[in-house]
Design a protein around this ligand. Structure first.
Ligand SMILES: [Zn+2]
Length: 378
């Protein structure tokens, strides 16, 4: 595999090695680029995922060993004929879109000969990394914020991972994971830091292109660390560069009012208060390390940022459940964002909304939420 890291901040080119998760020169986040050769056709053909994505950045033998049954997830049109589709990644093997990146990171661990995999997460990535580490028989540790949903912690433990509860938020969990990753033979399998993750997630875009026969006009995504948004942006950019689509879809990043750094809230350097972000815990990332890249991805697609409050999220969660879709509240953020967008001045057109995580890991919506007039599903 001929690939290299390139620093998103200073442009330094660096080899792909165990133990490297940031730029040696400036500490900036790393991107991935092919160096001379095409990406391998990982998992294409018999296994079906991602049959339409010829661009995974790992060797086929390694991807094959790491594969846990990932297949293209369904697009459910809501309702039929509406030109609004829900991309059902909550149906992935461990119940979230994080499996798209985790299978590639586990393959990378095999290629590089890692003896241990370490990650940090608010929950879904922990489960995805733990499951794929178990699949490739490499011991795994995950560092999660202490207030993480206990079901997600138990899920990761069930896959055999050693789970460390870290006091504080996402930043403290990441710092603890990075410190532990200094040991020899460790792959720091971070969905935020390691760009291999984004190149797994990009299969989302290839699948949508295949399923619709064209790019949608609008893609709506909940954004925390932003690995889904960045992966989707990479995928559609590759499709555009190859002539497979005529134009980039508009990328709409949706964040919750309690934690919306893309909209400048909270101000840089402000620690999150206790009890903040009670609903959308999966995207409560006050200072994403790729914030500048997230803004670029939105701007370059002529997209926008939508901020929704907890009441909108709770109602969207309930609306989705009443339509038979068992997703976690963080997934409902995207649906709430699409509703806000549709009520605005800019027609969203043919839209795909990312459902990111299963509702089986979280509590169902409470039945006592009052109905908002005119806010039903479509
Ligand atoms: Zn750099």
């Amino acid at each position: 595999m001929t690939r290299e890291y390139v620093c998103a901040d200073c442009g330094a080119a660096l080899p792909v090695t165990l133990g490297r998760w940031a730029c040696d020169e400036c500490g900036g986040p790393l991107d991935l680029r092919r160096a001379g050769l095409e990406w391998r056709h990982g998992l294409a053909g018999t296994r079906g995922w991602p049959g339409s994505c010829p661009a995974l950045p790992c060797e086929e033998w390694a991807l094959d060993r790491a594969w846990l049954g990932e297949v293209p997830t369904p697009l459910v049109e809501m309702p039929s004929g509406s030109a609004v589709w829900l991309k059902c990644d909550h149906l992935m093997p461990t119940g979230s879109f994080k499996d798209r990146g985790a299978v590639v990171l586990a393959a990378l661990a095999l290629e590089l000969g890692a003896s241990r995999i370490i990650s940090d997460s608010s929950g879904n990535a922990a489960a995805a990394i733990a499951a794929h580490a178990a699949r490739v028989r490499i011991p795994c540790e995950v560092f999660v914020p202490q207030r993480t949903s206990s079901r997600k912690v138990r899920q990761a433990q069930g896959y055999g991972a050693e789970v460390h509860l870290v006091p504080g938020g996402r930043a403290e969990a990441a710092a603890a994971a990075q410190w532990a990753s200094r040991a020899e033979g460790v792959l720091y399998a971070s969905h935020a830091a390691n760009p291999h993750f984004h190149h797994g997630v990009k299969a989302w875009a290839y699948e949508v292109r295949e399923q619709l026969g064209a790019a949608p006009d609008t893609v709506v995504v909940p954004v925390g660390s932003g690995s889904l948004l960045l992966g989707i942006a990479i995928g559609f950019r590759e499709l555009l560069d190859s002539g497979s689509i005529a134009a980039m879809p508009r990328l709409v990043a949706v964040q919750s009012a309690g934690c919306a750094p893309l909209a400048g809230w909270p101000p840089a350097g402000t620690p999150p208060g206790p009890g903040a972000h009670p609903v959308a815990e999966g995207i409560a990332v006050p200072q994403p390390i790729r914030l500048r890249q997230l803004r670029q991805a939105v701007d370059r697609s002529s997209g926008t940022v939508v901020v929704v409050d907890d009441q909108q999220i709770l109602h969207a969660h309930r609306d989705l459940a009443r339509s038979g879709l068992c997703v976690e509240p963080t997934s409902a953020v995207a649906w709430a964002g699409w509703q806000a967008l549709a009520a605005g001045d800019l027609p969203p057109g043919r839209s795909v909304i990312a459902l990111t995580g299963s509702g089986l890991k979280t509590d169902p919506p409470e039945s006592q939420i009052p109905q908002m007039p005119g806010k039903g599903l479509l």
